[in-house]
Design a protein around this ligand. Structure first.
Ligand SMILES: [Zn+2]
Length: 616
Protein backbone atom coordinates (compact mmCIF):
# COMPACT_ATOMS: atom_id res chain seq x y z
CA UNK A 1 0.00 0.00 0.00
CA UNK A 2 1.67 3.19 -1.07
CA UNK A 3 0.01 6.29 -2.37
CA UNK A 4 -3.43 6.15 -0.76
CA UNK A 5 -2.25 5.12 2.66
CA UNK A 6 -2.66 8.47 4.37
CA UNK A 7 -6.09 9.11 2.90
CA UNK A 8 -7.36 5.85 4.24
CA UNK A 9 -6.23 6.68 7.75
CA UNK A 10 -8.47 9.73 7.68
CA UNK A 11 -11.46 7.91 6.30
CA UNK A 12 -13.22 6.77 9.50
CA UNK A 13 -13.62 10.35 10.66
CA UNK A 14 -14.39 11.96 7.31
CA UNK A 15 -18.16 11.69 7.59
CA UNK A 16 -18.17 13.50 10.91
CA UNK A 17 -16.92 16.61 9.14
CA UNK A 18 -19.79 16.45 6.64
CA UNK A 19 -17.72 14.79 3.93
CA UNK A 20 -19.14 11.62 2.35
CA UNK A 21 -17.27 8.59 3.70
CA UNK A 22 -14.85 6.19 2.09
CA UNK A 23 -15.51 2.50 2.24
CA UNK A 24 -14.02 -0.15 4.44
CA UNK A 25 -12.26 -2.82 2.35
CA UNK A 26 -9.35 -3.59 4.64
CA UNK A 27 -11.32 -6.40 6.28
CA UNK A 28 -11.56 -8.17 2.90
CA UNK A 29 -7.81 -8.02 2.20
CA UNK A 30 -5.65 -5.59 4.15
CA UNK A 31 -3.22 -3.46 2.19
CA UNK A 32 -4.94 -2.92 -1.18
CA UNK A 33 -3.21 -4.07 -4.35
CA UNK A 34 0.01 -4.83 -2.43
CA UNK A 35 -1.80 -6.98 0.11
CA UNK A 36 0.12 -10.22 0.87
CA UNK A 37 -3.18 -11.83 1.91
CA UNK A 38 -4.76 -10.94 -1.43
CA UNK A 39 -1.72 -12.30 -3.28
CA UNK A 40 -1.86 -15.53 -1.28
CA UNK A 41 -5.57 -15.87 -1.98
CA UNK A 42 -5.01 -15.53 -5.73
CA UNK A 43 -2.16 -18.01 -5.65
CA UNK A 44 -4.37 -20.52 -3.85
CA UNK A 45 -7.09 -19.90 -6.43
CA UNK A 46 -4.72 -20.60 -9.34
CA UNK A 47 -3.70 -23.86 -7.67
CA UNK A 48 -7.34 -24.87 -7.39
CA UNK A 49 -7.93 -24.14 -11.06
CA UNK A 50 -4.84 -26.25 -11.90
CA UNK A 51 -6.28 -29.06 -9.83
CA UNK A 52 -9.69 -28.75 -11.48
CA UNK A 53 -8.12 -29.02 -14.93
CA UNK A 54 -6.15 -32.10 -13.97
CA UNK A 55 -9.21 -33.71 -12.39
CA UNK A 56 -11.29 -32.96 -15.49
CA UNK A 57 -8.76 -34.70 -17.74
CA UNK A 58 -9.09 -37.83 -15.63
CA UNK A 59 -12.87 -37.85 -15.29
CA UNK A 60 -14.73 -40.68 -17.08
CA UNK A 61 -16.31 -39.39 -20.29
CA UNK A 62 -19.51 -41.27 -19.64
CA UNK A 63 -22.03 -40.41 -16.97
CA UNK A 64 -23.14 -43.51 -15.08
CA UNK A 65 -23.44 -45.07 -11.63
CA UNK A 66 -19.69 -45.11 -11.00
CA UNK A 67 -18.76 -41.73 -12.50
CA UNK A 68 -21.69 -39.86 -10.95
CA UNK A 69 -20.08 -39.13 -7.54
CA UNK A 70 -16.87 -38.01 -9.27
CA UNK A 71 -18.72 -35.58 -11.55
CA UNK A 72 -20.79 -34.33 -8.62
CA UNK A 73 -17.68 -33.45 -6.68
CA UNK A 74 -16.04 -31.84 -9.69
CA UNK A 75 -19.06 -29.66 -10.51
CA UNK A 76 -19.25 -28.46 -6.90
CA UNK A 77 -15.52 -27.68 -6.95
CA UNK A 78 -15.97 -25.77 -10.19
CA UNK A 79 -18.69 -23.74 -8.52
CA UNK A 80 -16.49 -23.05 -5.50
CA UNK A 81 -13.71 -21.84 -7.80
CA UNK A 82 -16.19 -19.48 -9.43
CA UNK A 83 -16.93 -17.89 -6.06
CA UNK A 84 -13.23 -17.32 -5.45
CA UNK A 85 -12.69 -15.87 -8.91
CA UNK A 86 -15.62 -13.58 -8.29
CA UNK A 87 -14.16 -12.34 -5.00
CA UNK A 88 -10.70 -11.80 -6.52
CA UNK A 89 -12.25 -9.91 -9.42
CA UNK A 90 -14.64 -7.82 -7.26
CA UNK A 91 -11.77 -6.77 -5.05
CA UNK A 92 -9.68 -5.76 -8.07
CA UNK A 93 -12.69 -3.76 -9.26
CA UNK A 94 -12.82 -1.96 -5.91
CA UNK A 95 -9.13 -1.08 -6.19
CA UNK A 96 -9.16 0.15 -9.78
CA UNK A 97 -12.28 2.24 -9.12
CA UNK A 98 -11.12 3.92 -5.93
CA UNK A 99 -7.84 4.90 -7.59
CA UNK A 100 -7.69 4.96 -11.39
CA UNK A 101 -3.89 5.19 -11.20
CA UNK A 102 -3.45 1.96 -9.26
CA UNK A 103 -1.44 0.15 -11.94
CA UNK A 104 -0.79 -2.89 -9.80
CA UNK A 105 -4.54 -3.36 -9.39
CA UNK A 106 -4.98 -3.16 -13.18
CA UNK A 107 -2.30 -5.78 -13.67
CA UNK A 108 -4.01 -8.04 -11.12
CA UNK A 109 -7.34 -7.50 -12.88
CA UNK A 110 -5.87 -8.72 -16.19
CA UNK A 111 -4.28 -11.68 -14.41
CA UNK A 112 -7.68 -12.67 -12.99
CA UNK A 113 -9.20 -12.40 -16.49
CA UNK A 114 -6.77 -15.09 -17.66
CA UNK A 115 -7.86 -17.36 -14.84
CA UNK A 116 -11.50 -16.62 -15.61
CA UNK A 117 -11.04 -17.74 -19.21
CA UNK A 118 -9.45 -20.99 -18.02
CA UNK A 119 -12.49 -21.45 -15.83
CA UNK A 120 -14.75 -20.68 -18.81
CA UNK A 121 -13.08 -23.40 -20.90
CA UNK A 122 -13.84 -25.97 -18.22
CA UNK A 123 -17.44 -24.80 -18.03
CA UNK A 124 -17.68 -25.27 -21.81
CA UNK A 125 -16.42 -28.82 -21.43
CA UNK A 126 -19.06 -29.47 -18.80
CA UNK A 127 -21.62 -28.07 -21.23
CA UNK A 128 -20.75 -30.47 -24.02
CA UNK A 129 -20.50 -33.33 -21.53
CA UNK A 130 -24.04 -32.57 -20.36
CA UNK A 131 -25.38 -32.84 -23.91
CA UNK A 132 -23.81 -36.26 -24.38
CA UNK A 133 -25.24 -37.61 -21.13
CA UNK A 134 -28.55 -39.46 -21.45
CA UNK A 135 -31.61 -37.77 -20.00
CA UNK A 136 -31.98 -40.52 -17.41
CA UNK A 137 -28.40 -40.23 -16.21
CA UNK A 138 -28.57 -36.43 -16.23
CA UNK A 139 -31.71 -36.47 -14.08
CA UNK A 140 -30.00 -38.79 -11.61
CA UNK A 141 -27.05 -36.44 -11.38
CA UNK A 142 -29.37 -33.52 -10.68
CA UNK A 143 -30.76 -35.38 -7.65
CA UNK A 144 -27.40 -35.42 -5.90
CA UNK A 145 -26.99 -33.29 -2.79
CA UNK A 146 -25.50 -29.93 -3.65
CA UNK A 147 -26.36 -30.38 -7.32
CA UNK A 148 -30.12 -30.35 -6.70
CA UNK A 149 -29.86 -26.76 -5.44
CA UNK A 150 -28.26 -25.61 -8.69
CA UNK A 151 -30.23 -27.83 -11.07
CA UNK A 152 -31.99 -24.86 -12.69
CA UNK A 153 -28.68 -23.40 -13.81
CA UNK A 154 -27.30 -26.76 -14.99
CA UNK A 155 -30.47 -27.64 -16.87
CA UNK A 156 -30.50 -24.25 -18.52
CA UNK A 157 -26.89 -24.74 -19.60
CA UNK A 158 -27.71 -28.17 -21.06
CA UNK A 159 -30.88 -27.03 -22.84
CA UNK A 160 -29.00 -24.15 -24.45
CA UNK A 161 -26.16 -26.38 -25.55
CA UNK A 162 -28.63 -28.76 -27.16
CA UNK A 163 -30.03 -25.96 -29.29
CA UNK A 164 -26.63 -25.00 -30.61
CA UNK A 165 -24.55 -26.41 -33.46
CA UNK A 166 -22.31 -29.41 -32.90
CA UNK A 167 -19.47 -28.65 -30.50
CA UNK A 168 -16.78 -28.33 -33.19
CA UNK A 169 -18.79 -25.78 -35.17
CA UNK A 170 -19.63 -23.76 -32.07
CA UNK A 171 -15.95 -23.64 -31.17
CA UNK A 172 -15.11 -22.49 -34.69
CA UNK A 173 -17.81 -19.80 -34.50
CA UNK A 174 -16.43 -18.51 -31.21
CA UNK A 175 -12.93 -18.43 -32.66
CA UNK A 176 -14.01 -16.65 -35.84
CA UNK A 177 -16.12 -14.27 -33.78
CA UNK A 178 -13.08 -12.83 -32.04
CA UNK A 179 -11.67 -11.33 -35.22
CA UNK A 180 -14.93 -11.18 -37.14
CA UNK A 181 -18.14 -10.48 -35.28
CA UNK A 182 -16.70 -8.73 -32.23
CA UNK A 183 -14.21 -6.76 -34.32
CA UNK A 184 -17.05 -4.75 -35.80
CA UNK A 185 -18.00 -3.72 -32.29
CA UNK A 186 -14.41 -2.71 -31.50
CA UNK A 187 -14.10 -0.82 -34.75
CA UNK A 188 -17.33 1.03 -34.04
CA UNK A 189 -16.21 1.97 -30.52
CA UNK A 190 -12.91 3.30 -31.83
CA UNK A 191 -14.68 5.28 -34.52
CA UNK A 192 -17.16 6.78 -32.01
CA UNK A 193 -14.32 7.57 -29.62
CA UNK A 194 -12.38 9.44 -32.29
CA UNK A 195 -15.26 11.64 -33.44
CA UNK A 196 -14.99 15.30 -32.44
CA UNK A 197 -17.25 18.32 -32.54
CA UNK A 198 -16.08 21.91 -32.54
CA UNK A 199 -17.38 24.40 -30.02
CA UNK A 200 -17.13 28.15 -30.12
CA UNK A 201 -15.70 28.98 -26.70
CA UNK A 202 -15.76 32.78 -26.44
CA UNK A 203 -14.36 33.22 -29.93
CA UNK A 204 -11.94 30.33 -29.43
CA UNK A 205 -12.52 27.09 -31.35
CA UNK A 206 -12.46 24.10 -29.06
CA UNK A 207 -12.64 20.43 -30.03
CA UNK A 208 -14.49 18.05 -27.76
CA UNK A 209 -15.38 14.36 -27.93
CA UNK A 210 -18.94 13.10 -28.32
CA UNK A 211 -18.78 11.94 -24.72
CA UNK A 212 -18.01 15.48 -23.62
CA UNK A 213 -20.74 16.79 -25.88
CA UNK A 214 -23.42 14.45 -24.48
CA UNK A 215 -24.19 16.32 -21.21
CA UNK A 216 -24.97 19.41 -23.32
CA UNK A 217 -28.02 17.50 -24.60
CA UNK A 218 -29.65 17.97 -21.19
CA UNK A 219 -28.73 21.62 -20.73
CA UNK A 220 -31.36 24.07 -19.47
CA UNK A 221 -30.72 26.31 -22.45
CA UNK A 222 -32.50 24.98 -25.53
CA UNK A 223 -29.94 26.59 -27.83
CA UNK A 224 -27.19 24.57 -26.16
CA UNK A 225 -29.24 21.38 -26.48
CA UNK A 226 -29.96 22.08 -30.13
CA UNK A 227 -26.33 22.88 -30.85
CA UNK A 228 -25.17 19.70 -29.07
CA UNK A 229 -27.64 17.61 -31.04
CA UNK A 230 -26.90 19.12 -34.43
CA UNK A 231 -23.15 18.88 -33.99
CA UNK A 232 -23.44 15.27 -32.89
CA UNK A 233 -25.57 14.46 -35.93
CA UNK A 234 -23.12 16.36 -38.15
CA UNK A 235 -20.23 14.29 -36.83
CA UNK A 236 -22.07 11.03 -37.44
CA UNK A 237 -23.02 12.04 -40.99
CA UNK A 238 -19.30 11.77 -41.80
CA UNK A 239 -19.24 8.17 -40.54
CA UNK A 240 -22.74 7.06 -41.47
CA UNK A 241 -21.58 4.80 -44.30
CA UNK A 242 -18.99 3.09 -42.08
CA UNK A 243 -21.49 2.61 -39.26
CA UNK A 244 -23.87 1.03 -41.80
CA UNK A 245 -21.17 -1.45 -42.85
CA UNK A 246 -20.47 -2.36 -39.24
CA UNK A 247 -24.14 -2.81 -38.39
CA UNK A 248 -24.86 -4.88 -41.50
CA UNK A 249 -21.79 -7.04 -40.96
CA UNK A 250 -22.43 -7.90 -37.36
CA UNK A 251 -26.12 -8.40 -38.03
CA UNK A 252 -25.27 -10.70 -40.93
CA UNK A 253 -22.80 -12.69 -38.84
CA UNK A 254 -25.40 -13.22 -36.16
CA UNK A 255 -28.06 -14.29 -38.65
CA UNK A 256 -25.68 -16.83 -40.25
CA UNK A 257 -25.06 -18.46 -36.89
CA UNK A 258 -28.76 -18.42 -36.05
CA UNK A 259 -29.56 -20.08 -39.37
CA UNK A 260 -27.04 -22.83 -38.69
CA UNK A 261 -28.49 -23.37 -35.23
CA UNK A 262 -32.00 -23.40 -36.63
CA UNK A 263 -33.04 -20.29 -34.70
CA UNK A 264 -35.47 -18.48 -36.98
CA UNK A 265 -36.47 -15.64 -34.72
CA UNK A 266 -33.75 -13.01 -34.09
CA UNK A 267 -35.33 -12.57 -30.66
CA UNK A 268 -34.71 -16.20 -29.76
CA UNK A 269 -31.30 -15.60 -28.22
CA UNK A 270 -32.12 -12.35 -26.38
CA UNK A 271 -35.22 -14.01 -24.91
CA UNK A 272 -33.16 -17.00 -23.87
CA UNK A 273 -30.76 -14.64 -22.10
CA UNK A 274 -33.69 -13.00 -20.35
CA UNK A 275 -35.18 -16.40 -19.40
CA UNK A 276 -38.49 -15.34 -20.81
CA UNK A 277 -41.14 -16.13 -23.40
CA UNK A 278 -42.01 -14.22 -26.52
CA UNK A 279 -45.59 -13.90 -25.27
CA UNK A 280 -44.30 -11.94 -22.28
CA UNK A 281 -42.48 -9.33 -24.30
CA UNK A 282 -45.49 -9.04 -26.60
CA UNK A 283 -47.86 -8.53 -23.67
CA UNK A 284 -45.51 -5.92 -22.23
CA UNK A 285 -45.22 -3.87 -25.43
CA UNK A 286 -48.92 -4.15 -26.07
CA UNK A 287 -49.72 -2.67 -22.63
CA UNK A 288 -47.10 0.03 -23.26
CA UNK A 289 -48.59 0.96 -26.63
CA UNK A 290 -52.10 1.17 -25.15
CA UNK A 291 -51.09 3.01 -21.98
CA UNK A 292 -48.43 5.49 -23.03
CA UNK A 293 -50.77 8.05 -24.62
CA UNK A 294 -51.49 8.93 -20.97
CA UNK A 295 -48.10 10.69 -21.12
CA UNK A 296 -49.33 13.14 -23.76
CA UNK A 297 -50.64 15.72 -21.22
CA UNK A 298 -47.24 15.50 -19.49
CA UNK A 299 -45.40 16.38 -22.69
CA UNK A 300 -47.90 19.15 -23.47
CA UNK A 301 -47.48 20.66 -20.01
CA UNK A 302 -43.72 20.38 -20.24
CA UNK A 303 -43.75 22.21 -23.56
CA UNK A 304 -45.97 24.89 -22.08
CA UNK A 305 -43.61 25.35 -19.15
CA UNK A 306 -40.57 25.47 -21.44
CA UNK A 307 -42.37 27.89 -23.72
CA UNK A 308 -41.88 25.80 -26.85
CA UNK A 309 -44.45 24.73 -29.42
CA UNK A 310 -42.58 21.77 -30.91
CA UNK A 311 -41.14 18.81 -29.05
CA UNK A 312 -37.91 17.70 -30.67
CA UNK A 313 -35.48 14.87 -29.99
CA UNK A 314 -33.21 17.17 -28.01
CA UNK A 315 -36.04 18.23 -25.68
CA UNK A 316 -36.37 14.78 -24.14
CA UNK A 317 -33.81 15.50 -21.46
CA UNK A 318 -34.64 19.15 -20.87
CA UNK A 319 -34.48 19.61 -17.09
CA UNK A 320 -37.32 21.27 -15.21
CA UNK A 321 -37.31 22.80 -11.74
CA UNK A 322 -34.36 22.50 -9.40
CA UNK A 323 -33.31 21.84 -5.87
CA UNK A 324 -30.76 23.97 -4.05
CA UNK A 325 -30.95 21.89 -0.91
CA UNK A 326 -27.71 20.25 0.17
CA UNK A 327 -28.22 16.86 1.75
CA UNK A 328 -25.36 15.48 3.81
CA UNK A 329 -24.45 11.84 3.29
CA UNK A 330 -25.60 10.94 6.79
CA UNK A 331 -28.90 12.71 6.24
CA UNK A 332 -29.37 10.84 2.93
CA UNK A 333 -28.63 7.54 4.64
CA UNK A 334 -31.14 8.23 7.42
CA UNK A 335 -33.79 9.27 4.90
CA UNK A 336 -33.35 6.09 2.87
CA UNK A 337 -33.40 3.83 5.93
CA UNK A 338 -36.54 5.52 7.27
CA UNK A 339 -38.50 5.08 4.07
CA UNK A 340 -37.40 1.51 3.45
CA UNK A 341 -38.14 0.56 7.04
CA UNK A 342 -41.68 1.83 6.75
CA UNK A 343 -42.21 -0.91 4.13
CA UNK A 344 -39.95 -3.64 5.47
CA UNK A 345 -38.11 -3.75 8.79
CA UNK A 346 -35.63 -6.16 7.29
CA UNK A 347 -34.81 -3.82 4.39
CA UNK A 348 -34.42 -0.91 6.78
CA UNK A 349 -32.19 -2.87 9.14
CA UNK A 350 -30.10 -4.25 6.31
CA UNK A 351 -29.59 -0.77 4.85
CA UNK A 352 -28.61 0.59 8.27
CA UNK A 353 -26.09 -2.20 8.62
CA UNK A 354 -24.57 -1.55 5.16
CA UNK A 355 -24.14 2.12 6.08
CA UNK A 356 -22.78 1.39 9.56
CA UNK A 357 -20.29 -1.14 8.26
CA UNK A 358 -19.16 1.37 5.65
CA UNK A 359 -19.80 -0.72 2.56
CA UNK A 360 -20.05 2.45 0.51
CA UNK A 361 -17.31 4.45 -1.20
CA UNK A 362 -18.93 7.86 -1.58
CA UNK A 363 -16.25 10.52 -1.10
CA UNK A 364 -16.10 13.30 -3.68
CA UNK A 365 -12.45 13.48 -4.72
CA UNK A 366 -10.26 13.38 -7.80
CA UNK A 367 -8.50 10.22 -8.92
CA UNK A 368 -11.44 7.88 -8.55
CA UNK A 369 -13.47 6.40 -11.41
CA UNK A 370 -16.83 7.79 -12.49
CA UNK A 371 -20.20 6.09 -12.31
CA UNK A 372 -21.82 3.94 -9.70
CA UNK A 373 -22.08 0.24 -9.10
CA UNK A 374 -22.65 -2.41 -6.49
CA UNK A 375 -20.62 -5.58 -6.31
CA UNK A 376 -21.31 -8.66 -4.25
CA UNK A 377 -18.60 -10.03 -2.01
CA UNK A 378 -20.51 -13.30 -1.93
CA UNK A 379 -18.12 -15.45 0.13
CA UNK A 380 -18.39 -12.96 2.97
CA UNK A 381 -22.12 -12.38 2.45
CA UNK A 382 -21.37 -8.71 1.90
CA UNK A 383 -21.45 -6.11 -0.88
CA UNK A 384 -19.58 -2.95 -1.73
CA UNK A 385 -21.02 0.13 -3.39
CA UNK A 386 -19.02 2.58 -5.43
CA UNK A 387 -20.22 6.10 -6.23
CA UNK A 388 -19.42 9.79 -5.75
CA UNK A 389 -21.80 11.59 -3.44
CA UNK A 390 -22.02 15.35 -3.89
CA UNK A 391 -24.98 16.21 -1.69
CA UNK A 392 -27.69 16.51 -4.35
CA UNK A 393 -30.99 14.67 -4.57
CA UNK A 394 -29.68 12.73 -7.54
CA UNK A 395 -26.85 11.49 -5.31
CA UNK A 396 -29.38 10.37 -2.70
CA UNK A 397 -31.30 8.58 -5.41
CA UNK A 398 -28.16 6.83 -6.71
CA UNK A 399 -27.31 5.78 -3.16
CA UNK A 400 -30.80 4.31 -2.73
CA UNK A 401 -30.50 2.58 -6.12
CA UNK A 402 -27.20 0.92 -5.29
CA UNK A 403 -28.43 -0.04 -1.82
CA UNK A 404 -31.27 -1.82 -3.61
CA UNK A 405 -28.72 -3.90 -5.51
CA UNK A 406 -26.99 -4.62 -2.19
CA UNK A 407 -30.28 -5.77 -0.67
CA UNK A 408 -30.86 -8.06 -3.65
CA UNK A 409 -27.39 -9.49 -3.00
CA UNK A 410 -28.23 -9.87 0.68
CA UNK A 411 -31.33 -11.99 0.08
CA UNK A 412 -29.28 -14.18 -2.28
CA UNK A 413 -26.57 -14.69 0.32
CA UNK A 414 -27.56 -18.25 1.19
CA UNK A 415 -28.00 -19.40 -2.41
CA UNK A 416 -25.12 -21.35 -3.93
CA UNK A 417 -23.31 -19.23 -6.57
CA UNK A 418 -24.97 -20.99 -9.51
CA UNK A 419 -28.38 -20.23 -8.02
CA UNK A 420 -27.60 -16.56 -7.54
CA UNK A 421 -27.06 -15.52 -11.16
CA UNK A 422 -29.97 -13.45 -12.40
CA UNK A 423 -30.64 -12.09 -15.90
CA UNK A 424 -30.32 -8.41 -16.87
CA UNK A 425 -34.10 -7.89 -17.00
CA UNK A 426 -34.50 -8.85 -13.33
CA UNK A 427 -31.29 -7.18 -12.16
CA UNK A 428 -32.84 -3.75 -11.63
CA UNK A 429 -35.93 -4.76 -9.66
CA UNK A 430 -34.62 -3.94 -6.20
CA UNK A 431 -32.64 -0.88 -7.29
CA UNK A 432 -35.52 0.83 -9.11
CA UNK A 433 -37.88 -0.15 -6.30
CA UNK A 434 -35.67 1.75 -3.84
CA UNK A 435 -35.41 4.74 -6.16
CA UNK A 436 -39.18 4.96 -6.49
CA UNK A 437 -39.63 4.65 -2.76
CA UNK A 438 -37.27 7.52 -1.86
CA UNK A 439 -38.37 9.77 -4.73
CA UNK A 440 -42.01 9.48 -3.71
CA UNK A 441 -41.06 10.05 -0.08
CA UNK A 442 -39.10 13.16 -1.04
CA UNK A 443 -42.03 14.40 -3.11
CA UNK A 444 -44.42 13.89 -0.23
CA UNK A 445 -42.08 15.69 2.17
CA UNK A 446 -41.32 18.64 -0.09
CA UNK A 447 -43.31 21.87 -0.12
CA UNK A 448 -40.94 23.62 -2.51
CA UNK A 449 -42.39 24.19 -5.99
CA UNK A 450 -39.14 23.89 -7.94
CA UNK A 451 -38.16 20.74 -6.12
CA UNK A 452 -41.54 19.07 -6.70
CA UNK A 453 -41.43 20.06 -10.36
CA UNK A 454 -37.93 18.63 -10.74
CA UNK A 455 -38.75 15.30 -9.08
CA UNK A 456 -42.06 14.75 -10.89
CA UNK A 457 -40.53 15.69 -14.23
CA UNK A 458 -37.60 13.31 -13.73
CA UNK A 459 -39.96 10.44 -12.95
CA UNK A 460 -42.07 11.09 -16.03
CA UNK A 461 -39.07 11.71 -18.26
CA UNK A 462 -37.94 8.21 -17.25
CA UNK A 463 -41.34 6.88 -18.20
CA UNK A 464 -41.03 8.43 -21.64
CA UNK A 465 -37.52 7.03 -22.09
CA UNK A 466 -38.49 3.48 -21.19
CA UNK A 467 -41.83 3.41 -22.96
CA UNK A 468 -40.98 5.40 -26.11
CA UNK A 469 -37.26 5.91 -26.64
CA UNK A 470 -36.35 2.31 -25.79
CA UNK A 471 -39.34 0.97 -27.68
CA UNK A 472 -38.14 2.82 -30.79
CA UNK A 473 -34.82 0.97 -30.49
CA UNK A 474 -36.64 -2.33 -30.15
CA UNK A 475 -38.80 -1.67 -33.21
CA UNK A 476 -35.70 -0.65 -35.15
CA UNK A 477 -33.79 -3.81 -34.23
CA UNK A 478 -36.76 -6.03 -35.06
CA UNK A 479 -37.25 -4.49 -38.51
CA UNK A 480 -33.56 -4.27 -39.25
CA UNK A 481 -33.16 -8.03 -38.69
CA UNK A 482 -36.18 -8.82 -40.83
CA UNK A 483 -34.74 -6.82 -43.74
CA UNK A 484 -31.17 -7.97 -43.13
CA UNK A 485 -32.29 -11.56 -43.73
CA UNK A 486 -32.88 -10.56 -47.35
CA UNK A 487 -29.59 -8.73 -47.80
CA UNK A 488 -27.61 -5.64 -46.86
CA UNK A 489 -29.72 -2.75 -45.64
CA UNK A 490 -28.62 0.54 -47.22
CA UNK A 491 -27.93 3.47 -44.92
CA UNK A 492 -30.78 5.53 -46.37
CA UNK A 493 -33.07 2.66 -45.50
CA UNK A 494 -31.62 2.44 -41.97
CA UNK A 495 -32.50 6.10 -41.50
CA UNK A 496 -36.00 5.44 -42.77
CA UNK A 497 -36.54 2.47 -40.48
CA UNK A 498 -35.33 4.51 -37.53
CA UNK A 499 -37.57 7.44 -38.33
CA UNK A 500 -40.60 5.16 -38.71
CA UNK A 501 -39.75 3.47 -35.41
CA UNK A 502 -39.56 6.83 -33.63
CA UNK A 503 -42.77 8.03 -35.22
CA UNK A 504 -44.55 4.98 -33.90
CA UNK A 505 -42.96 4.79 -30.47
CA UNK A 506 -43.35 8.50 -29.68
CA UNK A 507 -47.05 8.38 -30.65
CA UNK A 508 -46.98 11.70 -32.48
CA UNK A 509 -45.36 13.84 -29.81
CA UNK A 510 -42.13 14.49 -31.73
CA UNK A 511 -42.36 17.27 -34.26
CA UNK A 512 -43.24 15.84 -37.67
CA UNK A 513 -40.90 18.19 -39.52
CA UNK A 514 -37.63 18.06 -37.60
CA UNK A 515 -38.27 16.35 -34.29
CA UNK A 516 -36.77 12.97 -35.18
CA UNK A 517 -33.27 11.55 -35.01
CA UNK A 518 -32.94 9.22 -38.04
CA UNK A 519 -29.23 8.64 -37.40
CA UNK A 520 -29.92 7.30 -33.92
CA UNK A 521 -29.02 3.79 -35.13
CA UNK A 522 -25.46 5.07 -35.79
CA UNK A 523 -25.01 7.33 -32.78
CA UNK A 524 -26.23 4.91 -30.10
CA UNK A 525 -23.55 2.40 -29.19
CA UNK A 526 -26.14 -0.04 -27.81
CA UNK A 527 -26.95 -1.15 -31.36
CA UNK A 528 -23.38 -2.34 -31.76
CA UNK A 529 -22.91 -4.36 -28.59
CA UNK A 530 -22.18 -7.85 -29.92
CA UNK A 531 -22.20 -9.47 -26.48
CA UNK A 532 -25.88 -8.67 -25.94
CA UNK A 533 -28.22 -8.54 -28.95
CA UNK A 534 -31.37 -6.42 -28.59
CA UNK A 535 -29.73 -4.41 -25.84
CA UNK A 536 -32.97 -2.54 -25.20
CA UNK A 537 -36.08 -4.40 -24.07
CA UNK A 538 -34.51 -5.71 -20.82
CA UNK A 539 -34.33 -2.05 -19.74
CA UNK A 540 -38.03 -1.46 -20.26
CA UNK A 541 -38.85 -4.84 -18.78
CA UNK A 542 -36.78 -4.11 -15.66
CA UNK A 543 -38.26 -0.65 -15.25
CA UNK A 544 -41.88 -1.76 -15.65
CA UNK A 545 -41.40 -4.92 -13.62
CA UNK A 546 -40.02 -2.82 -10.75
CA UNK A 547 -42.93 -0.39 -11.11
CA UNK A 548 -45.38 -3.30 -11.04
CA UNK A 549 -43.77 -4.69 -7.91
CA UNK A 550 -43.76 -1.21 -6.37
CA UNK A 551 -47.43 -0.84 -7.22
CA UNK A 552 -48.15 -4.01 -5.25
CA UNK A 553 -46.08 -2.74 -2.32
CA UNK A 554 -48.19 0.42 -2.22
CA UNK A 555 -51.46 -1.46 -2.48
CA UNK A 556 -50.59 -4.22 -0.01
CA UNK A 557 -48.20 -2.43 2.34
CA UNK A 558 -46.00 -4.22 4.84
CA UNK A 559 -47.67 -7.60 4.26
CA UNK A 560 -46.06 -7.66 0.82
CA UNK A 561 -42.51 -7.34 2.19
CA UNK A 562 -41.96 -11.09 2.57
CA UNK A 563 -43.23 -11.83 -0.95
CA UNK A 564 -40.90 -9.16 -2.27
CA UNK A 565 -37.94 -10.66 -0.45
CA UNK A 566 -38.74 -14.19 -1.66
CA UNK A 567 -39.19 -12.92 -5.20
CA UNK A 568 -35.69 -11.46 -5.20
CA UNK A 569 -34.27 -14.66 -3.70
CA UNK A 570 -35.66 -16.71 -6.60
CA UNK A 571 -34.31 -14.53 -9.42
CA UNK A 572 -31.35 -16.89 -9.81
CA UNK A 573 -33.24 -20.15 -10.00
CA UNK A 574 -36.55 -19.65 -11.81
CA UNK A 575 -37.56 -18.33 -15.23
CA UNK A 576 -38.84 -14.78 -15.34
CA UNK A 577 -42.45 -15.93 -15.74
CA UNK A 578 -42.08 -18.39 -12.87
CA UNK A 579 -40.72 -15.70 -10.54
CA UNK A 580 -43.77 -13.54 -11.21
CA UNK A 581 -46.24 -16.41 -11.00
CA UNK A 582 -44.87 -17.73 -7.73
CA UNK A 583 -44.46 -14.47 -5.84
CA UNK A 584 -46.92 -12.06 -7.42
CA UNK A 585 -49.49 -14.57 -8.58
CA UNK A 586 -49.52 -13.00 -12.03
CA UNK A 587 -49.11 -14.28 -15.56
CA UNK A 588 -46.59 -12.08 -17.36
CA UNK A 589 -47.79 -13.32 -20.74
CA UNK A 590 -51.07 -11.50 -20.03
CA UNK A 591 -51.39 -7.73 -20.16
CA UNK A 592 -52.94 -7.11 -16.72
CA UNK A 593 -49.72 -6.89 -14.74
CA UNK A 594 -48.14 -4.63 -17.34
CA UNK A 595 -51.19 -2.39 -17.49
CA UNK A 596 -50.96 -1.79 -13.73
CA UNK A 597 -47.26 -1.03 -14.10
CA UNK A 598 -47.83 1.46 -16.93
CA UNK A 599 -50.65 3.10 -14.94
CA UNK A 600 -48.35 3.40 -11.95
CA UNK A 601 -45.82 5.25 -14.11
CA UNK A 602 -48.51 7.54 -15.52
CA UNK A 603 -49.99 8.29 -12.10
CA UNK A 604 -47.62 11.27 -11.89
CA UNK A 605 -49.07 12.96 -14.97
CA UNK A 606 -52.02 14.67 -13.23
CA UNK A 607 -49.91 16.08 -10.34
CA UNK A 608 -47.36 17.31 -12.90
CA UNK A 609 -49.96 19.10 -15.00
CA UNK A 610 -51.39 20.67 -11.84
CA UNK A 611 -47.94 21.91 -10.83
CA UNK A 612 -47.31 23.48 -14.22
CA UNK A 613 -50.70 25.18 -14.16
CA UNK A 614 -49.86 26.61 -10.74
CA UNK A 615 -46.84 28.28 -12.26
CA UNK A 616 -48.80 30.73 -14.37
ZN1 LIG B 1 -28.60 -0.54 -11.30
Amino acid sequence: MTHHNTDQMKAPHASQQGQAPRWEIESIFPGGSKSPQYAAFRQEMVKEIDKLEKALAKLPKKLDETSRPKWTKWILDLQAAYEKLHLASSFAGCLTSQDVNDEEAMRIDAEIDDQASRWGMMKATLESFSVKASNREWQKLLQKKGIREISFHLDEMRDRAKMKMPEELEKLAIELGVNGYHSWNRLYDKMAGDLRVTLDDVGQKKEISLGQNAPRMSDRDREVRRDAFEKMVGAWKMRENLAAIALNSQGGFRLSIYKRRGWEDPLFEPLLNARMKRATIEAMWSAVVKGRPQLKPYVDAKMKYLGIDKFRWYDQEAPLGKSDRKISFDEAGRFIVEHLKSFSDEMGDFTSMALDKRWIEAEDRTGKAGGGWCSRIAIRKESRIFMTYTGTFSGLSTLAHELGHAYHGWVLKDNPPFAAMYPMNLAETASIFNELRVTDAALAASSNFDEKLMLTDQKLANGLTFMSNIHARFIFDSRFYEERKKGTVARERLNEIMKEAQKEAFFGILDEHDGYHPLFWASKLHFFITGAPFYNFPYTFGYLFANGVYDRAIKEGKTFATNYRDLLADTGRLTTEEVAKKHLGVDLTKEDFWRDAVDRVCADVAPFVKLVNQAD
